[in-house]
Design a protein around this ligand. Structure first.
Ligand SMILES: Nc1nc2c(c(=O)[nH]1)N[C@H]1C(S)=C(S)[C@@H](COP(=O)(O)OP(=O)(O)OC[C@H]3O[C@@H](n4cnc5c(=O)[nH]c(N)nc54)[C@H](O)[C@@H]3O)O[C@H]1N2
Ligand SMILES: Nc1nc2c(c(=O)[nH]1)N[C@H]1C(S)=C(S)[C@@H](COP(=O)(O)OP(=O)(O)OC[C@H]3O[C@@H](n4cnc5c(=O)[nH]c(N)nc54)[C@H](O)[C@@H]3O)O[C@H]1N2
Ligand code: SF4
Ligand SMILES: [Mo]
Length: 735
């Protein structure tokens, strides 16, 4: 730890500035997104600076945390962290206050017969949980246990090790409500779950339902800004004109759920006009002729009424792509349009990869890149023994065979709680009960569990359903395992402990899982400290914990990416698969063709598709209880639903007016923002509101939760939550 000077004022200046820019929604004032680095006199008291990783979203950006006399005072983003690149976002600043939240969990809790929670000791909690886990394992086998976790540096290691030690393969990420369908669809086509568009150096990049300026990763925002300055043609395909508009030059306001038709029609133009890279396709692909035949009739004229985009626009975009190739791509997106939204999400992802293949853009400058990372090598088996090999496959992998096994579909696992096949579930850093389709139905499934354990820092909706709630200390109060980040230059980076533990009965995840393992009779797999493991992991890549602590982030320049390599297609055929046997086996078409969403809004019946989307100042359900961020929501009315101006006129609704949204699952009141920036077939609800946990005093009751309107259903083959397969009607309140 080194000594630096700082003041509290400078920290607040930085955070407020960022928040205001984010809230105003424009990144025009990008310059304001600079950090307030104080050049002031040495403050009284002892200042320490510790490198950590933000926990407000999965980007886990690095920053230096300044602590004066034990109190967090200032955050300075890490220049060397590949996602931060010297900037963190408003959520990063705001979420640091979780450490001091009055709504923090402070003790293990047990649900009483009347549904209330009582504080108990760790010993009691561990004894009782251990007892129940042993009973389940003895009676129903370890397959009856499941874990849901949102990957965190230590969490992803310890949750898996804990479950595997017990003999269960059922470790799920949040993917089914995020990017499971997308990554699984990509894998069918190109053999890997993701790629990176070289936006900054491209001549043309199309974003389909991805907004860098709202669903922020600082490095992406910066790359988009540079692309814009470099004159790249940036196209936003989105039913909503997002804040990325500041860096784009075209908005294509597509009907939600129809992106697959757009991609197919653009491909049809390239193939029909002979504008695709024939040599590239011949050398790299299988099944091309089959796909070309399958989409021969899917012209721009065919797609126009489906997508709401004029045929001439679709034709022009396809031609522009051909002219810009190979320095062009459709960006891989993340969640918005086809991460998990529709019945056709996996198929949209597949089609996207095939379209990029037509451009011959893989690994080309300005195209679509496969960068890689560094991973931990073999550890001493005496100190870190391997857990027993598990023969069983993760539950859901038979029913949803295309779902990536590294994520799995926890929706299916939860459904199996209803049938009794799953008896015990753990949730780590996950608020599944608020962030997935139909929370009410999900709660009824989870209610059947014999044991439900939630490890959180605050009383989430999921925690409210648990038998036991275990309090973790906040991310600022713990050190975690090294985080390896891939990219053009891979790095390893550290979340170190910034603050002393604030509530003495909270523990970090490594200790929680080691204690749980002990209580469940598998403690022998956890006979090491997190420091020992971190150091051992780092030594396999030629580093030590001491070095990483000192540096914060260390790059591996010898592993840096270079353009031009022919990708190794890790598909069963070793090629880009325009046709897939696995998809056919899963009951889907061999080649991606048009598949209509499960439901379409009927305008004559007054129906709209309900879409969601991120706001720059909030993350999922987890920041709504941060006062500083919710103040901004209130000041700008950010919880309002967006409706199109012509719709508002027809219904006689004014900007700021109160309406009721309803469908067969839910109804609730909400104020509206009347705007031209939305496709008239859609209503947009920002993703972060509608908290129903009364113990989150700031978040509770503000706005609506999109998920309350979504039926519980699972995308065939791919396992996603289909979070936008729903329509709603709208009424003026009081009518
Ligand atoms: N309503 C709604 N649903 C969504 C989304 C949305 O924006 N809105 N987004 C979707 C997307 S893209 C994703 S990736 C998923 C994410 O789904 P989740 O991973 O479930 O994300 P959150 O809803 O943010 O819930 C995270 C939970 O972790 C807790 N937590 C925070 N810090 C810590 C910690 O240090 N330790 C522990 N143990 N717990 C902690 C939070 O209090 C919260 O209860 O949700 C999806 N579902
Ligand atoms: N501020 C903020 N940033 C985040 C997060 C966060 O919670 N908050 N979470 C992080 C995580 S885990 C994720 S997964 C990413 C998500 O990153 P994104 O996928 O970019 O985020 P979203 O806001 O869900 O969706 C992006 C856009 O999709 C549009 N959209 C909705 N439906 C459709 C459709 O049918 N077709 C098309 N073409 N567009 C559609 C929405 O209007 C929205 O503007 O963000 C990451 N960054
Ligand atoms: S993008 Fe923002 S919220 Fe996400 S990790 Fe980085 S600073 Fe934190
Ligand atoms: Mo996500």
């Amino acid at each position: 730890m080194s000594e630096h000077a700082m003041t509290r004022r400078s920290f607040l200046a930085g955070s407020a500035g960022v928040a205001a820019v984010a809230a105003a929604g424009g990144f025009m004032g990008f310059g304001a997104w600079q950090q307030a680095i104080a050049k002031e006199e040495e403050p009284p008291g002892r200042t320490e600076v510790v490198h950590t990783l933000c926990n407000a979203c999965s980007s886990k950006c690095g920053y230096d945390a300044y602590v004066v006399d034990g109190k967090l005072t200032k955050l300075i983003a890490d220049e060397a962290h590949p996602y931060a690149q010297g900037k963190i976002c408003g959520r990063g600043y705001g979420y640091s206050q979780i450490a001091y939240s009055p709504d923090r969990l402070t003790d293990p809790l047990k649900r009483s017969a009347d549904g209330s929670f009582e504080a108990i000791s760790w010993d009691q909690a561990l004894d009782e949980i251990g007892q129940k886990v042993r009973e389940i394992v003895e009676k129903d086998g370890p397959q009856a246990l499941a874990m849901v976790q949102d990957p965190r540096p230590s969490g992803k290691y310890y949750t898996k090790r804990f479950m595997n030690a017990l003999g269960s393969p059922n470790v799920y990420t949040h993917g089914a409500a995020c990017n499971l369908s997308k990554e699984s669809g990509f894998t069918q086509a190109i053999g890997t779950g993701n790629f990176e568009s070289d936006v900054e150096r491209s001549k043309m990049t199309m974003f389909i339902g991805r907004s860098y300026a709202d669903a922020i990763r600082p490095s992406s925002v910066a790359a988009l800004q540079r692309a814009h300055e470099n004159g790249a043609h940036i196209v936003l395909v989105d039913p909503r004109l997002s804040n990325s508009a500041a860096f784009a030059d075209e908005w294509v306001p597509i009907n939600p759920g129809t992106d697959l038709a757009l991609i197919l029609a653009m491909a049809n133009v390239l193939i029909d006009q002979g504008l695709y890279d024939k040599a590239y396709v011949a050398a790299n692909a299988v099944g091309f002729d089959e796909w070309a035949a399958a989409i021969a009739g899917l012209t721009p004229e065919w797609a126009a009424p489906i997508t709401g985009i004029e045929a001439s626009t679709i034709r022009r975009l396809a031609t522009e792509f051909a002219n810009a190739a190979p320095a062009a791509s459709i960006e891989p997106s993340w969640r918005g349009a086809f991460g998990c939204s529709y019945r056709n999400s996996g198929e949209t992802a597949r089609a996207l990869c095939l379209f990029n293949t037509l451009l011959g853009c893989w690994n080309q400058e300005g195209g679509a890149l496969f960068t890689s990372g560094v991973s931990v090598g073999k550890l001493d088996p005496e100190k870190f023994p391997s857990t027993p090999k598990i023969e069983d496959a993760i539950i859901g992998s038979v029913e949803y065979p295309l779902a990536l096994k590294s994520m799995g579909t926890n929706l299916y696992a939860a459904q199996m709680a209803k049938t009794g096949k799953i008896k015990g579930m753990f949730f780590y850093n996950s608020n599944m009960a608020a962030g997935y389709s139909n929370p009410a139905e999900l709660a009824s499934f989870l209610d059947r569990l014999k044991l439900m354990v939630v490890i959180d820092v605050q009383m989430s909706e999921t925690a409210q359903l648990a038998d036991y709630v275990l309090p973790e200390c906040s991310f600022l109060e713990r050190m975690e395992l090294p985080e390896f980040v891939g990219g053009k230059t891979p790095v390893v980076t550290l979340r170190d402990q910034v603050l002393d533990v604030i509530h003495p009965n909270t523990l970090p995840s490594d200790q929680i899982f080691a204690k749980l393992a002990q209580a469940c009779g598998v403690g022998e797999y956890f006979d090491f400290t997190v420091e020992e493991l971190a150091d051992a992991q780092l030594r396999t890549v030629g580093l030590s914990l001491e070095e990483l602590r000192e540096a914060g982030t260390i790059a591996f320049p010898e592993k840096a990416y270079s353009y031009g390599a022919t990708p190794k297609w890790k598909t069963p055929t070793g090629k880009v698969q325009f046709a897939s046997d696995a998809c056919e086996k899963a009951g889907l078409p061999r080649c991606p063709v048009w598949m209509e969403p499960e439901v379409m809004p009927d305008a004559r019946a007054g129906e709209f598709r309900l879409i969601g989307g991120k706001q720059a100042i909030h993350s999922h359900t987890q920041t709504a209880n941060i006062e500083a961020l919710m103040d901004i929501t209130e000041e700008y009315g950010l919880d309002r639903a967006w409706i199109n101006a012509s719709v508002a006129r027809d219904l006689g609704i004014e900007d700021g007016g109160l309406v009721v949204l309803h469908n067969e699952l839910f109804d609730g009141p909400i104020r509206v923002k009347v705007t031209e920036r939305l496709n008239p077939t859609a209503i947009y609800l920002p993703s972060h509101y509608g908290c129903s946990s009364k113990d989150q005093h700031t978040a509770y009751g503000v706005g609506l939760n999109v998920m309350d309107f979504v039926p519980f259903h699972i995308e065939p083959g791919y396992g996603g939550a289909m979070t936008q397969e729903t329509v709603v009607k709208m009424q003026k309140a009081g009518e």
